[in-house]
Structure formats: structure tokens, C-alpha cells
Design a protein around this ligand. Structure first.
Ligand SMILES: NC(=O)c1ccc[n+]([C@@H]2O[C@H](COP(=O)([O-])OP(=O)(O)OC[C@H]3O[C@@H](n4cnc5c(N)ncnc54)[C@H](O)[C@@H]3O)[C@@H](O)[C@H]2O)c1
Length: 261
């Protein structure tokens, strides 16, 4: 039987305190990986770590509080981690705004987290992968990195750029046993998606009610439902395992068919 085996591998997951990052932590733990969980939210992060260590009755997960947008903090945190086989750049934020009314500081802050954060973590994880000639970097991008959407200018820009970063780095380390891929979820059932669909800014800017916004967002998904964070986690686990060593530089959609390129 084909199963995903991550035994003996150490995976570092950013934004692991909830949503997709937490689902990735759970699925990777199931596949036998040791985990270093990173996030800004100390109490949620400690709770996830405790849950996993209790479930497996041994310390398979450790957590470190980290803001990925601070390069000095990223360097210091990664210097404390002995071994890294897999890096999941998952931490991300979203806000809704027209470009005309864009708060420039908020724009910069989002790019610092969604794009620069992935670069900082990759930069400081790479030496630990290069020394073993084996590694996996998986960037959680979005279908918003495949087509532009109104009022998500900062987010779309960050995710398009994250896919460009993925392709560039994949080429750079292709002969070193390291693969670099992006996973592109569509609407996924997490607090982030809830927040967007319940925030009246997007509905107001689009000239529709919040109820219509939710209805249209669901109608637009060919499979007729949102994606589960665990579905994103299983795809990520496949990309991390040994059977995926010929997949690199890809940006793979998991979106119920909403985007087909
Ligand atoms: N939910 C969706 O519909 C959807 C769709 C496509 C892509 N994504 C992407 O998936 C990833 C995870 O999103 P989610 O839906 O689980 O969101 P979420 O808001 O539930 O979780 C985001 C996580 O990132 C962490 N985080 C945010 N800023 C951080 C920072 N500066 N440093 C460290 N950690 C930070 C948060 O603490 C949290 O753990 C994001 O990159 C997001 O853009 C989500």
C-alpha cells in the first residue's frame, strides 16, 4: 500500500497555531515527522503543541514564537534549530482594500509577512538542507497568485510573487536534492476565509450584500463546496515525501476547480 512516510524528517511549519498550518502539523505528525511549530500566537501555538505531544505520548512537537516578518528574529530562531528537512512557509495574512484607498503601511506589512517572511525562513533553513543534499520547501500560496481579484491587491501581489520566488529558488537548488513547490488553495474553511466573507468591506466595495457575497463565492466553486484545511495538508504531505522528488517549481491548485491553470 502506498502511504506517506515522513519518519525521521524534521518539518518546520510557520503559522502553525491554527487553520491550514495546524492541519499540516496534524497530518505530518500522523506521517511520523518531528515538528517545529512557529507562529506569532504563543498561547494557541502551545495548545497545538501540547495536543500533539499528548496524542502521540512523546515529544514529537516543539514550538517557538516567531514573527516571520522580522529577519533578525528569523535568523535567531532558525539558529536554535539543529536539523531541518522540510520547511512549510504557511504564515499569511489578508486584508481587503481598493488601491485608491490603500494604506501604504498595511500594504508593506502584508508583503513583509506573506512574501519576505517566506524568503527569510528559506534563506536560514537552506544551509541545513544543503549540507544533507535533501530538502523540501513548500510555500502556501493561493489561487490569488494565479489570477488578480479586485480589492485584494496586496494579497494577490504577494501570492503572485511567492510563486515567482518558488520557481526561482527551485531552479537554484534543483541539483542539490531540494525541491521547492507552491500549493495554491482556493477558499479553504479557516478563520482567514471566515474573516474575509464576514467583513463587509469586500461586499460594500463590490456593491453586494454579505449574504450575496457568500452565495456567489460558493457558487463559483465547481465542486460546490469550500476546501478543507486537511485536504491542503494531504497535498502538502505528498509534496514533502520521497515519492515527490521529481516535482519541483510547481504551483499546484487545490481549489475545487475554481482555477484550472
Ligand atoms: N483560508 C483560505 O481560504 C486560504 C486560501 C488560499 C491561501 N491561503 C493561505 O494559507 C495560509 C494559511 O492561512 P489560513 O487560512 O490557515 O489562515 P489563518 O488566519 O487561520 O492562519 C494564519 C496563521 O499565520 C500566522 N501568522 C500570521 N502572521 C504571522 C507572522 N507575521 N509571523 C508568524 N506567523 C504569522 C497566524 O498566527 C496563524 O497561525 C496563508 O498563507 C493564506 O494566505 C488561505
Amino acid at each position: 500500500m502506498l502511504s506517506i512516510d515522513l519518519k525521521g524528517k524534521t518539518a518546520v511549519i510557520t503559522g502553525a497555531s491554527r487553520g491550514i498550518g495546524k492541519a499540516i502539523a496534524e497530518v505530518f505528525a500522523d506521517a511520523g515527522a518531528s515538528l517545529i511549530l512557529l507562529s506569532r500566537n504563543k498561547s494557541l501555538l502551545e495548545q497545538v503543541t501540547k495536543e500533539l505531544n499528548t496524542k502521540y505520548k512523546k515529544p514529537i512537537a516543539n514550538s517557538l514564537v516567531l514573527d516571520v516578518s522580522n529577519p533578525e528574529e528569523v535568523e535567531k530562531t532558525f539558529s536554535k534549530i539543529d536539523s531541518i528537512d522540510i520547511l512549510i512557509n504557511n504564515a499569511g495574512v489578508h486584508f481587503t482594500s481598493s488601491i485608491k484607498d490603500m494604506d501604504i503601511e498595511k500594504w508593506k506589512e502584508l508583503l513583509e509577512i506573506n512574501l519576505h517572511g517566506a524568503m527569510y525562513c528559506s534563506k536560514f533553513a537552506l544551509p541545513k538542507m544543503l549540507s544533507k543534499k535533501w530538502g523540501r520547501i513548500i510555500n502556501i500560496a493561493s489561487t490569488s497568485g494565479k489570477y488578480g481579484e479586485a480589492y485584494s491587491g496586496a494579497y494577490c501581489s504577494s501570492k503572485f510573487a511567492l510563486i515567482g520566488f518558488t520557481q526561482s529558488l527551485a531552479n537554484e537548488v534543483a541539483r542539490e536534492g531540494i525541491t521547492v513547490n507552491a500549493v495554491c488553495p482556493g477558499w479553504t474553511e479557516t478563520a482567514m476565509a471566515e474573516g474575509i466573507l464576514h467583513d463587509d468591506t469586500y461586499a460594500r466595495l463590490s456593491g453586494i450584500s454579505i449574504n450575496k457575497l457568500k452565495e456567489y463565492s460558493l457558487e463559483a466553486v465547481p465542486i460546490g463546496r469550500y476546501v478543507s484545511p486537511y485536504e491542503v495538508a494531504y497535498l502538502t504531505a505528498f509534496l514533502a515525501n520521497n515519492h515527490a522528488s521529481a516535482i519541483t517549481g510547481q504551483a499546484i491548485n487545490i481549489c475545487g476547480g475554481i482555477c484550472m491553470h
